[in-house]
Design a binder for this molecule. Structure first.
Ligand code: SAM
Length: 341
């Protein structure tokens, strides 16, 4: 993510309108099932915390629910993201949480991929992830578009196979980290027959890149590698690893899988010349860093990569202006809750 993520993630935060209520109920269910000794020191992990802006409220909600209005709760929170994350920004959240619970909450930052072990085996009481687990462990081979789901049938088949392996791996790692009886909620964008939140504008980004290629701003090789390493999974894809008789089916009980659509109230009514640059900043804050990394890997200097991408984003904003409804305006997400058996 770019450093601008915290300032441009109000849409992602809307997932919490559904998700935090679920986290609160999940924490209460855990509290009700746990011995009082177990609640004296709880450990909670947030996978994919980014700049931390959207980590404070979920953590605060869960710890408050565990404390049940009484004193004596002591919590250790693990905020996890990639080593390249804007960790200096996360520090602000760590202090806020610590103060909110009179110094009884400690925060540890883990610069580790969630496709690797993050915490020790059987050490977590509760865990969650917002808007992160659609990101794959590596870029699938998609040369014909920026989004896997808009690629050729062969590209889609290869990418979806990788996404299936990643999903299983991520769940197995989390099963190892959670205590028996521990609970986890994972939520991020999904897709169904009606599409997905990134579908419309992904074409505008791709068209802007193809124009940059036609002007020789991008090379053919660069156009081939520029893609978003993500799979917005369907309900069958989400549920596949839990089928009866499977390893994950024996490790996790699926408590619920729900779908919801959220958006920033009133945003669609904004004037186009305000909304288009606003959406550009939102998309750029999430996608821009990945494209810069991909261009740098092919040998571009930081300055040259930024200049090339600025042209692409300018064209994207121009394409959005006549029809802002094609922008990223909603979060169509799944909310999966599981309990470690
Ligand atoms: C869109 S941000 C979500 C941030 C925050 N949870 C929220 O709700 O706004 C997605 C985050 O997932 C992180 N991410 C992507 N792949 C990851 C991986 N393999 N391991 C850990 N974090 C990853 C990104 O670095 C990014 O910070």
């Amino acid at each position: 993510m770019l450093e601008t993520y915290n300032d441009n993630s109000a849409l992602q935060e809307t997932c919490q309108t559904v998700g935090n209520a679920k986290l609160e109920r999940m924490a209460i269910a855990y509290r009700n099932g746990a011995a009082s000794d177990e609640l004296k020191g709880v450990r909670i992990a947030d996978y994919g915390c980014s700049g931390g802006r959207n980590s404070y409220e979920p953590m605060r909600t869960m710890i408050s629910a565990l404390a049940n209005g009484g004193p004596g709760i002591s919590a250790e929170c693990i905020l996890e993201d990639l080593p390249s994350n804007a960790w200096d920004q996360v520090m602000g959240v760590t202090q806020r949480l610590n103060r909110a619970f009179d110094g009884n909450v400690q925060i540890l930052c883990a610069g580790t991929s969630f496709y690797d072990p993050v915490c020790g085996a059987g050490t977590l009481d509760l865990a969650y992830s917002f808007v992160s687990v659609h990101f794959l462990s590596a870029s699938p081979p998609v040369g014909s578009h920026v989004m896997l789901h808009e690629g050729t049938p062969e590209e889609r088949a290869a990418g979806e196979a990788q996404a299936a392996r990643d999903w299983e791996r991520l769940l197995l790692l989390r099963a190892r980290e959670l205590k028996k009886g521990g609970k986890m909620m994972l939520t991020t964008m999904s897709r169904d027959d009606a599409g997905y939140s990134w579908q419309q504008f992904s074409h505008l980004v791709w068209d802007s890149m193809r124009e940059a290629r036609a002007r020789s701003t991008l090379t053919g090789q660069e156009l081939e590698v520029l893609c978003i390493p993500a799979c917005l999974r369907s309900e069958p894809e989400l549920m596949a690893p839990f089928c009866p008789g499977s390893e994950l089916g024996s490790l996790f009980a699926v408590d619920s899988l729900e779908f919801a659509r959220t958006e920033v109230p009133g945003e669609r009514e904004m004037p186009a010349d305000t909304l288009a640059p606003h959406i550009r900043r939102r998309v750029e804050a999430v996608w821009g860093g990945m494209f810069l990394t991909q261009l740098r890997r092919l040998g571009r200097s930081p300055e040259s990569a930024s200049n090339a991408m600025r042209e692409v984003w300018d064209a994207f904003e121009e394409k959005l202006l006549p029809d802002t409804s094609r922008g990223w305006l909603d979060m169509r997400c799944f909310y999966l809750q599981v309990t470690r058996r």
